[in-house]
Design a protein around this ligand. Structure first.
Ligand code: AKB
Length: 320
């Protein structure tokens, strides 16, 4: 990775990945792109281009302009929004991915795009879901993710593009908010705990999903992209996870630092149904064996860091 183009660079993953890659590979070697500017630091701290990922011609132009050798395609709609706007989701998620893969083929770039636990469905084994298993998702997002994994494998086999990906669980971070996901409750809960001391969860008690803290997710992307290609059997896409918890577990973890925190439940039928169709926990053995995947943060370590960093960000001191 010497010159990296990122799509969706102002989103939840992109915001932190861009900063991290600029630290490692040099500010001018990471070209951030997104559909519009915001107050995000990424369009001021280095090269930034406006890019709508459904515009394949412009994507190729930008890739050629900067002579990129790596494309990290992050721009996509998440599960709950995709369920509300399925046709728009298909056009954006699949159209954007096809353009990004075609751009990678044309400029001979290495390629990363995230898949998700959303690629699994209700007939998938629920606990310690294996790397290779039944994948019949019942959401538009899941359909996009399975098709995306297959497409990325296709571009590798057919055109020799060095495609790589992971199936991310819910990602938790204090820098940029996610938007429109099913696992977003696990981020919102920290904001509400610090600001108001209470949270009403739209996901019901007893609903387990895999999660990961953003620093571990960034390491996973970089380690996979730097991994020896000859050792990769799966490529698109590896199960990765750091923890599996239900809403009551994260509430209990928060109460260790904010003892008066109060949790209530008011399940949202759409997001609850999506969550119920996903695994309780996934098995990351293939990622560990093929490229040495590891993580540092478990639930309590993440909670401690989230509360500390978010309190600083929100300038509120509520640590016990
Ligand atoms: C979502 O909830 O849609 C995402 C995901 C798990 O892919 N966070």
């Amino acid at each position: 990775m010497k010159k990296i183009l990122i799509t969706g660079a102002l989103g939840q993953i992109g915001s932190e990945l861009t900063t991290r890659l600029r630290e490692i590979y040099g500010v001018d070697n990471v070209i951030a792109t997104d559909i519009k500017k915001s107050d995000n630091v990424n369009f001021e701290s280095g090269p930034f281009e406006i890019l709508d990922v459904t515009d394949g011609k412009r994507m190729v132009e930008i890739a050629k302009k900067y002579n990129v050798d790596t494309i990290m395609h992050l721009a996509a709609l998440l599960s709950a929004t995709a369920e509300a706007k399925p046709l728009f989701a298909w056009n954006l998620n699949m159209g954007g991915l096809m353009n990004a893969l075609e751009t990678a083929r044309e400029v001979n770039a290495q390629f990363f795009t995230p898949s998700s636990i959303g690629a699994f469905g209700p007939t998938t084994p629920k606990d310690q879901t294996p790397q290779d298993t039944i994948m019949r998702p019942t959401t538009m997002y899941g359909v996009n993710k399975v098709a995306g994994e297959l497409l990325a494998d296709y571009y590798h086999q057919r055109f020799g593009v060095d495609t790589r990906g992971v199936r991310f669980p819910g990602l938790i971070s204090y820098v940029a908010l996610p938007g429109g996901g099913t696992t977003d409750y696990a981020v919102e809960i920290y904001y509400e705990a610090i600001k108001n001391g209470r949270y009403t969860s739209y996901i019901d008690k007893g609903t387990y999903m895999d999660m990961m803290y953003m620093p571990d997710a960034l390491n996973a992307i970089i380690d996979l992209m730097e991994a020896d290609s000859s050792k990769l059997i799966h490529r698109n896409a590896f199960n990765v996870t750091a923890m599996s918890f239900a809403p009551e577990d994260i509430a209990a973890s928060i109460m260790r630092y904010i003892p008066n925190f109060k949790m209530a439940y008011n399940p949202d039928p759409v997001r609850q149904k999506i969550a119920d169709s996903w695994p309780n926990s996934i098995d990351a053995t293939a990622a560990k064996q093929e490229w040495g995947f590891k993580f540092e943060y478990d639930l309590d370590k993440m909670t401690q860091d989230m509360i500390e960093k978010l309190s600083q960000k929100l300038q509120i001191r509520k640590m016990a």
